[in-house]
Design a protein around this ligand. Structure first.
Ligand SMILES: Cc1ncc(COP(=O)(O)O)c(C=O)c1O
Length: 395
């Protein structure tokens, strides 16, 4: 019996990426030969030493509550990582571990935003950001970008979006869905604008290791003023192929971390004890071969797409997505059906070409589609053949 839902949840749209993934898995279980290019997780396994550390944790009975912000070993290991890889000084008290970076982000918005605060959100954006911002009572202030700036904001665009109500700027580099990566110079130019104002920079760096031919740095490392404003978000899902383990973290201002810890203490308490032990080990296990394999696949997909009719794609420099532009397809038809949106295009591809991918609407980019190349080379080739065949039949 339903007695009504809260206004808060009534306004939330379900994650379109997860819905497509669920629908695709259902079709596959019914025997359809669908190639799933909608996934946001590596097709590699969790590093064996990390998985074994999880098994050992269970065997050793490390299966009880832990400290709310995470075990000392893990927070110290993350602090070491930030020092060695990003040149940033944080102590374990400046770090909180949560149940995935998604959870970290949600906690952070809840900890810093008041109703009516503005969060500057460059589009195309990861689908969960606007919903999380709204759940915290804040308002997303979207800066539209497209291929002409490589899907990146410029200092001028940022300056125009800042108001006295700005509380947070959200940056995601490398980006899901576009794969865009801000160069060190681009980050320094943005920092010049940010340093004139007083707001947090939530920097989602979850794809930091997946970059191809470009230097990736954390915006927190640009200056002391930036470090003071930065809340660095990261996690183990992408870099260590540990999506199911649910471990993410934030490093930043100690007062914010303390507030997030109080908030987390009443909602989920600690992240899973077993996963934390696995995560400590994972930090020693980065596999750079994974990056080479992703880079080869990116090159392959880009070349294939740019040889196809009606679709173009700029070169992404990170993550494991390409974000082709399909504007030319919109308004045309397939087997008599008008392709009036990226959403319709994705639906027709699923039905007639057995390919699942994510239409751009959910990312704030209705002229684009997102293709994940975190699938085997064989599947990728088959999927590109199917896409090409479909496009040849569009009229
Ligand atoms: C940009 C971005 N941030 C955060 C996350 C959340 O990752 P997780 O909660 O698995 O750590 C994702 C996952 O798709 C992502 O793409």
């Amino acid at each position: 019996m339903a007695f009504g839902l809260s206004d808060r949840v009534k306004e939330i749209a379900p994650s379109p990426t997860l819905s497509i993934d669920t629908k695709t898995k259902e079709l596959v279980s019914q025997g359809y030969d669908i190639i799933n290019l909608s996934v946001g997780e590596p097709d590699f396994g969790t590093p064996e030493p990390a998985a074994n550390a999880g098994i050992e944790a269970i065997k050793a009975g490390f299966t009880k509550y832990t400290a709310v912000p995470g075990i000392v070993d893990l927070r110290k290991a993350i602090a070491r990582k930030l020092k060695e890889e990003n040149g940033l000084d944080y102590e374990m008290e400046d770090i909180i571990v949560s149940n995935g970076a998604k959870h970290s982000l949600y906690n952070a918005f809840m900890a810093v935003c008041n109703p009516g605060d503005e969060v500057i959100l460059p589009a195309p954006y990861w689908v969960s950001y606007p919903e999380m911002i709204r759940l915290s009572g804040a308002v997303p202030v979207v800066i539209e970008t497209d291929e002409s700036t490589g899907f990146k904001i410029t200092p001028e665009m940022l300056e125009r979006a800042v108001t006295p109500k700005t509380k947070v700027l959200l940056l995601n580099s490398p980006s899901n869905p576009t794969g865009a990566v801000y160069s060190p110079d681009e980050l320094k130019a943005l920092a010049k604008v940010i340093e004139k104002h007083e707001f947090y920079v939530m920097s989602d760096e979850i794809y930091e290791k997946l970059v191809y031919g470009i230097e990736q740095i954390s915006i927190a490392s640009v200056s002391e003023a930036m470090k003071q404003r930065a809340l660095i978000v990261n996690g183990f899902s992408k870099t260590f192929a540990m999506t199911g383990w649910r471990v993410g973290y934030i490093a930043g201002d100690r007062a914010v971390i303390k507030a997030m810890t109080s908030f987390q203490s009443h909602t989920t308490a600690n992240p899973t004890s077993i996963s934390q032990k696995a995560a400590v080990k994972a930090l020693e296990c980065f596999d750079s071969e994974m990056v080479d394999r992703f880079r080869n696949r990116r090159d392959y997909v880009l070349q294939r797409i740019n040889e196809m009719p009606l679709i173009t794609c700029i070169e992404p420099q990170g993550a494991f997505y390409v974000f082709p532009n399909v504007a030319e397809i919109l308004g045309k038809s397939f087997k008599g059906q008008t392709i009036d949106s990226a959403n319709t295009f994705a639906g027709l591809l699923l039905e007639h070409a057995n390919i699942a991918l994510v239409p751009g609407e959910g990312f704030g980019a209705p002229n684009n589609i997102r293709i994940s190349y975190a699938v085997s080379d064989d599947h990728l080739k088959k999927a590109m053949d199917r896409l090409e065949q479909f496009l040849r039949e569009v009229e």
